[in-house]
Design a protein around this ligand. Structure first.
Ligand code: ADP
Ligand code: MG
Length: 376
């Protein structure tokens, strides 16, 4: 139906405006952000759309087309961590973070619609936060910059929802531009728009959601981050971003050595990929994607059979490169492939999954798209 129509039918008037914020996928630079490293995400064409309109009674009223049975209503001044469970926490959290920072927002109706797959590692949560933040920023004339909005979105997710994510997802959703990847230094937050237009090079980015979601992964993520912190400590550097490969290879503990080697080599791959893209050599990033996957599988040990099989089969079917994306233990793989070969690669992965009794994978098209914007 769309956010605008749903707003009209559920709120009974037209919204004051529509704002959209995209999901994102990291082309390369996985598990580098918690070591102050580099990441190279793109914004997707899949996005969350928020229709919003001011209301005079100081209430936040929110609905989502994807959660039709869970409408939310609460007085703004009663918002506090714990005041919204489930999906509405991402919306209420942004309103709360803005008020915490002293910004004067009033009552508002918010209606959400989205085509970003939820829980696939494509950051539907950040897209929801960023669309909400941009809507409130515009509706109440707050004049905040995009990096400020990214921080507020992250604060909502960290402190209100209680998910300890970094700033990467919100930055990508708010700062990315069409036909570019965003090279982000997660320490300084300096960023550069890197030209990236696979279609113009006859290529496509196939995103395959393996639909495997492994439970109880929080402890494993924490263990990975902890290993990186300990490795940095042993090496006497503030974070692994500052370590050299020679230093890492001399680490005595084999587990720390492997974990740290992933981070250091992955940072180098990000820099190399950005260099290739600056020169327009899009297909040449393929081997870097594949090397990233091997490193995530062998050194960081965050892959699962579904991810490894999808990558293996994609490569055997002629892809230029492929790797798991996101935190690991399930989710999506990203495949760089000749545009005309994308359907056959997707079919080969689906057939291999069927033979192994895995769930049917869901293919998506990843197109480097623009960041969050007001669309009406
Ligand atoms: P990801 O960000 O990888 O998609 P998360 O678990 O971080 O996965 O965020 C998913 C959560 O975000 C959903 O469980 C839901 O609470 C919320 N969410 C995302 N999109 C929507 C939507 N369109 N409507 C309502 N809630 C949404
Ligand atoms: Mg998320």
């Amino acid at each position: 139906m769309g956010a605008a129509d749903l707003f009209l039918t559920s709120v009974g008037r037209r919204p004051d405006g529509l704002w959209a914020a995209p999901g994102r996928v990291t082309v390369i630079g996985e598990h580098t952000d918690h070591s102050d490293g580099f990441v190279l995400p793109i914004a997707l064409a899949q996005r969350v759309v928020v229709a919003a309109g001011r209301r005079g009674d100081g209430q936040l009223v929110a609905r989502s087309a994807q959660q039709p049975h869970e409408p939310y209503a609460r007085a703004l001044e009663q918002l506090a961590p714990g005041a919204a469970a489930g999906w509405s926490g991402y919306v209420a959290g942004v309103a709360w973070a803005l008020r915490e920072a002293g910004h004067d927002i009033g009552g508002v109706d918010i209606v959400v619609d989205s085509d970003v797959p939820v829980g696939a590692g494509l950051s539907s949560s950040a897209a929801l936060e960023c669309a909400t933040a941009l809507a409130l920023n515009d509706l109440f004339g707050l004049g905040l910059g995009r990096m400020e909005l990214a921080h507020l979105g992250r604060q909502a997710e960290n402190e209100f929802v209680g998910v300890p994510c970094g700033i990467l997802d919100q930055s990508a959703s708010l700062l990315a531009t069409e036909r570019h990847a965003l090279l982000l230094d997660t320490r300084s937050l300096a960023y550069e728009q890197i030209p990236f237009d696979p279609a113009a090079a006859g290529l496509a980015l196939l995103l395959i959601d393996t639909r495997s979601r492994h439970a109880l992964v929080d402890g494993r993520y924490a263990a990975r981050q902890d290993a990186c912190r300990r490795a940095a400590q042993v090496l006497g550097v503030p974070a692994l971003r500052d370590a050299t490969l020679d230093g890492v290879l001399r680490l005595g503990d084999p587990l720390l050595r492997r974990r740290a080697r992933h981070v250091v080599t992955e940072n180098a791959r990000v820099t190399e990929a950005a260099g290739l893209l600056r020169r327009g050599a899009v297909h040449r990033i393929g081997p870097l994607l594949t090397a990233s996957h091997a490193s995530l599988r062998d050194d960081f040990e965050v892959t699962v059979p579904e991810l490894d099989v999808a990558v293996e089969v994609a490569l055997a079917s002629g892809a230029h490169g492929a790797r798991m994306v996101g935190g690991g233990f399930g989710g999506c793989v990203l495949v760089l492939v000749d545009a005309q070969a994308a359907p056959s690669v997707a079919a080969a992965v689906a057939a291999a999954f069927a033979r192994r009794g895995f769930r049917r994978p869901l293919p998506l098209h990843a197109v480097p798209s623009g960041g969050a914007a007001r669309i009406r």
